[in-house]
Design a protein around this ligand. Structure first.
Ligand SMILES: *[C@@H]1O[C@H](CO)[C@@H](O)[C@H](O)[C@H]1NC(C)=O
Ligand SMILES: *[C@@H]1O[C@H](CO)[C@@H](O)[C@H](O)[C@H]1NC(C)=O
Ligand SMILES: *[C@@H]1O[C@H](CO)[C@@H](O)[C@H](O)[C@H]1NC(C)=O
Ligand SMILES: *[C@@H]1O[C@H](CO)[C@@H](O)[C@H](O)[C@H]1NC(C)=O
Length: 381
């Protein structure tokens, strides 16, 4: 009886896996007219650079051959997603020159948090353009686009903005939360960080709901990465033997905060799917992809996972990429390493173009997604 029951259970599991896989294969590609992205420096394609001080050399050197408003030597995951979907790279909403929003806009800004910067434990230094403000920017963008489009006898104006009817067919992507975790680590005890998670997630969900009310129907959400594996973090560990580190050399407690946030986020997204019944909401496990890369670096053709290509960081010193400073009594300039494509970390916090490409290749086909649907088919209910 028991074995019969488990036989059925397994059959149903196999059958449903087959149906999901098969459904994905039989569905037509979505042909999104645009991408609207929200997030922090992991997906900022020029916002914070336009608003404050531009990212300087040597950022951008591998691909753009000039600083391109990105915290990397080249393209970001969102750039590879745009390429994969046959769309141009996203212009930053805050950028005022050389922009073209006909296929979407990027509201992400470096340093951005889910929480408002004025909430108790946050400090100055994080971006003023938190998620709520980014959604507000999107709302203004959408409303004013409709106005100009309908007014616009000027064809040249229409060439730079999306069609009003395209918003609900667009892909909405979110990648934010790392700075909330980082701020908590700087300011709060482990217990208080855990206690803050429901508040952070509830603010995140409130903004996804706002996007839905403003037309979003295909929503692709990245969870937050293994912050305890960032080389800058590792460079501050006094004694690796004290038990702070896991078997791959990452700071356990810090990763546990990210894992806690992700778990809560996933649970709330499952509830949200029922509420926002006309949307598809895909949860992408960026944490696991990045962790897999870090724990399996050599096999993937990269060097030491904690090597920093551009910048000097250690106990008592930080010389950030592109800056001059003093390390162990000597003047140094933090330029880039000999072989950026072979390092995972560009500047100790942000991933290199090579790592971003590796990650993007693994997520677009849906193998880290819940439900396991490829990005090209994510619009199907
Ligand atoms: C932060 O700012 C928002 C929006 O201006 C406001 O509603 C909220 O009460 C503020 N929070 C705190 C803790 O001051
Ligand atoms: C904006 O980009 C679209 C698509 O790439 C292109 O057709 C259009 O001409 C561009 N507009 C301007 C003003 O360059
Ligand atoms: C600075 O000195 C420390 C301690 O000797 C050493 O571990 C570190 O590698 C040095 N940093 C650089 C950039 O040379
Ligand atoms: C998705 O792509 C990655 C990288 O190319 C590959 O390793 C993986 O097997 C693919 N997964 C599926 C389900 O197709």
């Amino acid at each position: 009886m028991e074995s019969l029951r488990s036989f059925f259970r397994i059959s149903i599991l196999v059958l449903s896996t087959f149906l999901i896989a098969n459904a994905d294969e039989n569905m037509a590609d979505c042909h999104y007219p645009a991408i609207y992205n929200f997030g922090d420096s992991n997906s900022d394609t020029g916002g914070i650079s336009a608003a404050f001080y531009p990212a300087g050399s040597p950022s951008g050197e591998t691909y753009f051959h000039r600083p391109a408003g990105r915290a990397s030597d080249g393209r970001l995951i969102i750039d590879f997603i745009a390429e994969h979907l046959g769309l141009p790279y996203l212009s930053a909403y805050l950028d005022s020159i050389g922009t073209n929003f006909s296929h979407g806009a990027n509201f992400a800004t470096g340093g951005a948090t889910i929480m408002r910067p004025n909430e108790s434990w946050f400090e100055t230094g994080v971006s003023p353009f938190n998620l709520e403000i980014q959604v507000e920017h999107y709302t203004q963008f959408k409303d004013r686009t409709a106005y100009f489009y309908n007014q616009g006898k000027e064809l040249s104006e229409r060439e730079r903005i999306p069609k009003p009817e395209d918003f609900s067919k667009a892909l909405f992507t979110l990648d934010i939360g790392q700075n909330d975790v980082a701020a908590g680590i700087r300011k709060l005890s482990f217990e208080l960080q855990q206690a803050a998670i429901p508040k952070i997630v509830s603010q995140f969900i409130a903004q996804v709901r706002n996007l839905y009310q403003r037309g979003a129907r295909t929503i692709w959400i990245h969870n937050t990465g293994p912050i305890g594996c960032l080389p800058v973090t590792i460079s501050k560990v006094l004694d690796p033997m004290l038990g702070y580190l896991d078997e791959n050399g990452c700071v356990k407690n810090q990763n546990n905060v990210a894992i806690g946030l992700n778990k809560k986020l996933k649970d709330e997204i499952i509830k949200l799917r029922i509420e926002l019944s006309e949307a598809t909401i895909i949860y992408v496990d960026i944490y696991s992809v990045k962790y897999e890369l870090i724990s399996n670096t050599k096999n993937q053709g990269f060097e030491d996972p904690f090597k920093i290509c551009c910048g000097y960081h250690g106990i008592g010193y930080d010389v950030w990429c592109g800056n001059k400073g003093t390390v162990n009594g000597s003047e140094v300039y933090a330029g880039s390493c000999a072989n950026p494509p072979r390092v995972i970390s560009w500047d100790g916090v942000h991933y290199s173009e090579g790592a971003n490409h590796w990650i993007a290749n693994r997520i677009v086909n849906g193998s880290f997604s819940d439900p396991p649907i490829s990005i090209k088919r994510a619009c199907h209910k």
